[in-house]
Design a protein around this ligand. Structure first.
Ligand code: FAD
Length: 307
């Protein structure tokens, strides 16, 4: 019986595993891969304490840090995914996709998620060649350039606001008839002289040669097509949380993100915590995921020792 099972191998799960090891909790970390979503980034420039690191290097560092404790108090199961979790007699059973059943007194879900991809011609071809899914990571690369943000919700407007600090112009394309972000944010961001918001704009194609040079969209009301000369496309059309395996066990919001108590990362189910991008936390970044997981670990430790 493990004291704690951690699900995931991104910054949240890795931070949790290091803290669990140092607190001598008998821990199992189950993950498909190490590193998490930013593994595809060429340069991460905001991982605190490290000026610049590639996503791949960050993944190696996270895995090495966790492995430093392997075999003592932490067991690592890599290349495995949790399929479901059941609760029984005050503890949990994790079922893996390869058919293992693993018992644990507590669970930390740190299974993150994936950004919804833009599904139009050119979007895949120019991924990381002008098409990007993270403004705080890649925004500065587009200094003094014209860019597009696809998506008119809060994430789209926050992305636009960040980009206005460096870019020559930002055009935000929203598919629907109204912007979905908070009205005050919409008003503030659209008031910037270098900002333009377009409604009923259906993205048709990302154009480029080696890198992005343009984007085509259609006005879905009039059918009129438009072409923009831009060098960056920032996609903010939502995230899909990897939480299917706890569906029905813990409360989730409408986007299937686990609802947590922000003070200690507790979920609605006693004995289960969640941290990072799989939660309904407002902001999602590597440092936040790691910090939230550490917060959860402090709480899990107290929970286990005072039961
Ligand atoms: C392209 C891109 C670039 C980014 N760049 C930056 C950046 O520069 N700086 C920054 O701060 N943030 C960046 N972000 C955001 C950042 O990557 C996330 O906020 C962060 O990765 C969240 O960490 P996490 O540990 O919660 O989840 P994730 O990173 O999503 O990790 C989840 C982990 O869980 C595993 N997993 C999923 N399901 C299961 C399962 N059922 N069983 C077992 N394991 C499972 C996955 O294999 C993965 O290892 C970027 C995001 C993207 C998409």
């Amino acid at each position: 019986m493990y004291d704690l099972a951690i699900i995931g191998g991104g910054p949240a799960a890795s931070a949790a595993a290091v803290y669990a090891a140092r607190k001598l909790l008998k821990t199992l970390l189950i993950t498909d891969t190490f590193g998490g979503q930013s593994v595809v980034s060429a340069d991460i420039e905001n991982w605190i304490g490290t000026q610049k690191i590639s996503g791949e290097e960050l993944a190696k560092n996270l895995e090495a840090h966790v492995r430093a404790y392997a075999g003592t108090v932490v067991d690592i199961m890599k290349g495995e995914k949790v399929k479901s979790i059941s609760s029984e007699d005050g503890h949990f059973h994790l079922m893996t996709e390869k058919g293992k059943s693993l018992p644990a007194k507590t669970v930390l879900v740190a299974s993150g998620g994936n950004r919804k991809k833009l599904e139009v011609p050119g979007a895949k071809e120019f991924d990381n060649k002008g098409v990007t899914y993270c403004a705080s990571c890649d925004g500065p690369l587009f200094s003094d350039q014209d860019v597009v943000v696809v998506g008119g919700g809060n994430a789209g407007f926050e992305t636009a606001a960040q980009l206005l600090a460096y870019c020559k112009s930002v055009t935000l394309l929203q598919r629907g008839q109204a912007f979905a972000a908070d009205p005050t944010t919409v008003e503030k961001v659209l008031a910037h002289p270098n900002m333009r918001g377009v409604l009923n704009a259906e993205t048709l194609e990302v154009i480029g040669e080696k890198f992005v040079t343009g984007l085509r969209y259609k006005n879905s009301m009039t059918g009129e097509e438009h072409a923009l000369s831009i060098s960056g496309v920032f996609v903010e059309i939502g995230m899909v949380a990897s939480t299917q395996f706890v569906d029905g066990l813990v409360d989730m919001d409408q986007y299937k993100r686990i609802i947590v108590d922000a003070r200690a990362q507790r979920t609605s189910m006693d004995g289960i915590w969640a941290a990072g991008d799989c939660t309904n936390g407002l902001y999602h970044q590597n440092n936040i995921a790691a910090g939230d997981a550490v917060k959860a670990l402090e709480d899990i430790y107290i929970y286990l020792k005072t039961r």
